[in-house]
Design a protein. Structure first.
Ligand SMILES: *[C@@H]1O[C@H](CO)[C@@H](O)[C@H](O)[C@H]1NC(C)=O
Ligand SMILES: *[C@@H]1O[C@H](CO)[C@@H](O)[C@H](O)[C@H]1NC(C)=O
Ligand SMILES: *[C@@H]1O[C@H](CO)[C@@H](O)[C@H](O)[C@H]1NC(C)=O
Length: 620
């Protein structure tokens, strides 16, 4: 148990968990071995409660077992060991033994030596536990905040198997997968933050306050957009019956020992008492309740951050006046009378909620974040938490804030994430998302690229010729420009008329004169040009390109032949038009008589009714 139980037992406080039922659920990620063949499979590992697990993502790496310092308690550079992987190689996942120092120190030392993740092998056979940070402040506090790599505890026997394989010269590759670490049952994520209004507990309290301040913006966007439903919770203790009249219980509890909190500075004689903390917890709960009733639950974040600034207990500025614009009377009513010898509905609910339900397990680490009823493990830090919350959405339903700059993995910065790239046009298929980078052909200036995203992407559809000429040949000479690209789908690149070639790299001018493609009449004289040809006719004749023929400019045989042609053509068109009109008229007459016949069958049953003129009379 990570609550400071010893302290409270000494002074008579008990956390409201029925001890016989206490159930701490270890949150797991999936670890699968991809090589060597003989070890392939999926193994259990427990997510460490520090560092940044890649919720929603996965990480493939090569497992390394250091020859020296294999419990990781000393700095690796004293042994000239580095875990930095060479560019292009898989990241290094370091295997270390449990024992001799804090979990967090091992991970910190490995991170400093270049590790991308750490697996800690348990030293006894037992069910997996959650690796947590040391409780006390001091030197450890300085590095814990700086741990950014994920870590996981693995079972003793699995650890030995790994070690043997590596020592035996096998290349061991694993895939750490956090994609299923948070369930995503629907399009809304429910999450809870279990905290305490006490701000004097040192590193953990500061970390919590820092987090609330940083996360407020994102939390409010998510809540206002209806993407999440957030509920704040406060851990509450109680005083055993026998002690309710003791001085300690009186100073730390309200409602006759029913709801307590430890003294903020753990000194009963000075400063605020545990009682003040409980009342403030209760007030924050009531703020949420009243805000939620007016459909503005996000006001809680404003209240809590305002409280940090205006009423910090550690600066002796605690007072009861804040309201964040809510109805003070309602809040006071919700708080009730702290001296009454009766239950407080709100705090009673908190004590009940503390007991694990379904997959969640009891809340015993303070602060704790619960996402979709799963306890979050890892650093309490904005981008890490957003990752965990975003992993709670079904893929493709996550809101924009999940894909914003805050969450980018920046994998595209190094060798373009291994995705397709057109250096000339400065276009890439690499996209950073909270799930890691994806290689997806982009949309540029409204033009969609298509392809596998890794080796090929090609502009497609309307407008594709705007971009790098659709990857097709194009050239211009003497003020004439030709392109092998056309927007209307079909063939990708095709040399324009007057050229031949593959359409991509080259299109060669066709010499129409030499190839006898045009300008072949006896009067014609042909001269090739780039992409076309010039044809002139001898004497007084005029070249008509459409017909590739020479005709006389004055009224002549040629012209009268054309005139005759037009006369005949117009005659034919008129005849066809007349025939069509006659046909239409006949059809209409035929239809009219048919309709009359059909109506006559149904309408005149009484023998005296005429065929109605208006067919839209529906009473018939
Ligand atoms: C942790 O990071 C901060 C800011 O980046 C730095 O100032 C501090 O020295 C680091 N602490 C340790 C122990 O490396
Ligand atoms: C907040 O309001 C919503 C909707 O009105 C409700 O479903 C939810 O249970 C409320 N939460 C609490 C803690 O009262
Ligand atoms: C490529 O485009 C990105 C943004 O789209 C820009 O930041 C970068 O400077 C460009 N690089 C070059 C070489 O033009």
């Amino acid at each position: 148990m990570k609550l400071r139980v010893c302290l409270f037992v000494l002074i008579g406080l008990v956390v409201a968990l029925p001890v016989s039922m206490a159930r701490f659920v270890v949150e797991k990620n999936s670890l699968s071995i991809t090589s060597p063949e003989k070890m392939k499979g999926t193994y259990d590992s427990a997510i460490g409660n520090f560092g940044i697990p890649q919720y929603g993502g996965s990480m493939a790496g090569n497992v390394v077992y250091p020859k020296d310092n294999n419990n990781g308690c000393k700095e690796f550079n004293h042994f000239s060991i580095s875990f930095k992987s060479t560019p292009g190689a898989l990241p290094t996942i370091v295997l270390l033994h449990r024992g001799s120092c804090f979990f967090a120190l091992k991970v910190w030392n490995a991170q400093k030596a270049g590790a991308s993740a750490v697996l800690v092998a348990d030293d006894i056979d037992e069910p997996l536990i959650t690796m947590d940070t040391p409780e006390e402040d001091g030197s450890s506090a300085q590095y814990i905040q700086n741990i950014t790599i994920p870590s996981a505890l693995i079972g003793k026997s699995f650890g030995e198997k790994l070690k043997d394989a590596i020592s035996g010269g096998d290349m061991v590759n694993v895939n750490l997968d956090w994609r299923e670490a948070v369930p995503h049952p629907d399009e809304r994520v429910e999450y809870e933050l279990w905290s305490n209004s006490n701000d004097e507990c040192g590193v953990k309290c500061n970390m919590l306050m820092e987090f609330v301040k940083d996360f407020k913006g994102a939390a409010q966007i998510l809540e206002k957009g209806g993407y999440t439903q957030f509920t704040p919770h406060y851990i509450t203790w109680y005083c055993p019956q026998a002690f309710t009249l003791s001085k300690q219980c009186k100073s730390q509890c309200i409602n006759h020992g029913r709801y307590c909190a430890p003294d903020p500075e753990q000194d009963f004689s000075t400063g605020y008492d545990g009682k003040d903390v409980v009342i403030e917890n209760l007030r924050q709960l009531c703020v949420f309740k009243v805000a939620n009733e007016t459909a503005t639950p996000w006001v809680w974040w404003d209240y809590v951050t305002d409280f940090q600034i205006r009423c910090p207990m550690k600066e002796k500025k605690y007072n009861k006046e804040l309201s964040a614009g809510l109805d003070i009377k309602k809040i006071e009513k919700c708080i009730g009378d702290p001296d009454a010898d009766s239950e407080n509905l709100v705090l009673k609910q908190e004590q009940d909620a503390q007991i694990g339900k379904g997959s969640r397990g009891d809340v015993t680490i303070l602060p704790t974040l619960v996402v979709n009823n799963r306890q979050y493990r890892g650093k309490l830090e904005k981008s890490a938490i957003l990752k965990a919350i975003c992993a709670g959405f079904e893929e493709t339903t996550e809101p924009a804030v999940c894909l914003s700059g805050d969450l980018q993995t920046n994998e595209c910065l190094t060798s373009n994430g291994g995705c397709w790239r057109d250096n000339a046009a400065n276009i890439t298929a690499c996209k950073d998302t909270f799930r890691g980078r994806v290689c997806e052909c982009p949309m540029v200036d409204g033009v969609q690229f298509k392809g596998d995203g890794y080796t090929t992407c090609e502009a497609s559809g309307p407008g594709r010729c705007k971009i790098n000429n659709g990857g097709c040949w194009h050239d211009a000479r003497n003020g004439h420009a030709f392109s092998a690209c056309s927007d209307d789908g079909g063939v990708r690149c095709q040399c324009p008329t007057g050229f031949s070639g593959d359409g991509v790299k080259n299109c060669e001018d066709i010499d129409e004169c030499k190839e006898k493609k045009a300008c072949q009449c006896p009067e014609c004289s042909c001269k090739n040009t780039w992409g076309s040809y010039d044809c002139t006719c001898s004497g007084d004749l005029l070249y008509i390109k459409d017909h590739d023929a020479c005709i006389s400019k004055t009224a002549s045989q040629g012209k009268s032949a054309w005139a005759a042609f037009w006369v005949i053509l117009i005659g034919l068109v008129m005849a066809a038009g007349g025939a069509f009109l006659v046909y239409k008229y006949r059809i209409r007459q035929y239809m009219d008589s048919e309709i009359r016949a059909i109506m006559a069958q149904y309408m005149p049953l009484d023998g005296q009714v005429e065929v109605p003129n208006h067919v839209n009379d529906q009473r018939a």
